[in-house]
Design a protein around this ligand. Sequence first.
Ligand SMILES: C[S@@+](CC[C@H](N)C(=O)[O-])C[C@H]1O[C@@H](n2cnc3c(N)ncnc32)[C@H](O)[C@@H]1O
Length: 214
Amino acid sequence: MTSFLRPLAYRHRWIYDTVTAVSALSVGGVSRLRGLGVEALQNQLEAGAAVLDLCCGSGEAAAPWLAAGFSVTGLDIAPRALDLAAIRQPQMHLVEGLAEDPPLADERFAAVQISVALHEFPRKERVQVLTSCLRLLQPDGWLVLVDLHPAGPWLKLPQQLFCALFETDTATAMLEDDLVFQLNELGFCSVKQELLAGQALQRITARKPPSAQP
Ligand SMILES: C[S@@+](CC[C@H](N)C(=O)[O-])C[C@H]1O[C@@H](n2cnc3c(N)ncnc32)[C@H](O)[C@@H]1O
């Protein structure tokens, strides 16, 4: 079930940006939220390495990677978001496609980021997205996920309200799942989870094993 506010927020950019800004306060502001992926992996990657921002939207979470000198490809299903990304991040290579089956070559990326987007997928499709990440990553490549996590006592209520107003059932379903377990089951290694923002947010880094078959 989705409230009327979600389509409204996607149609009117200022609503989406305001909701993001308010939610990001718990993690220290929008630029910290957007930079969580690059912050986690910057020191693990070679300068200028190829990075995929899967479900890039209008490119806000790709911007810190670009600023750090990485070569960034952004993939999203929404042409409107990609049009905006092309204006906001002209250096980014943009691809329209499905994250469940990205039209991109195997083992092309040193890192894949999925920033606050995995909760958009039902369980089965979420597995497809993560399996695609294994296919797209070079051996030893890195995945970084930033997404919702069941909040601790202080933010439980605000998180429930946020999910009810702006998210779909897929978000609540993801909150019931253990992403660390899921990533290990799919064949990722070195899976590490950090809880942020009163536990309302999780950042997970994981690696494709050197000889993993996609
Ligand atoms: C909440 S936004 C996050 C955007 C961006 N990653 C960020 O951090 O600002 C989720 C994005 O996922 C995209 N998306 C949803 N389903 C998708 C799919 N099946 N394939 C590719 N992108 C998808 C949406 O179009 C939207 O841009």
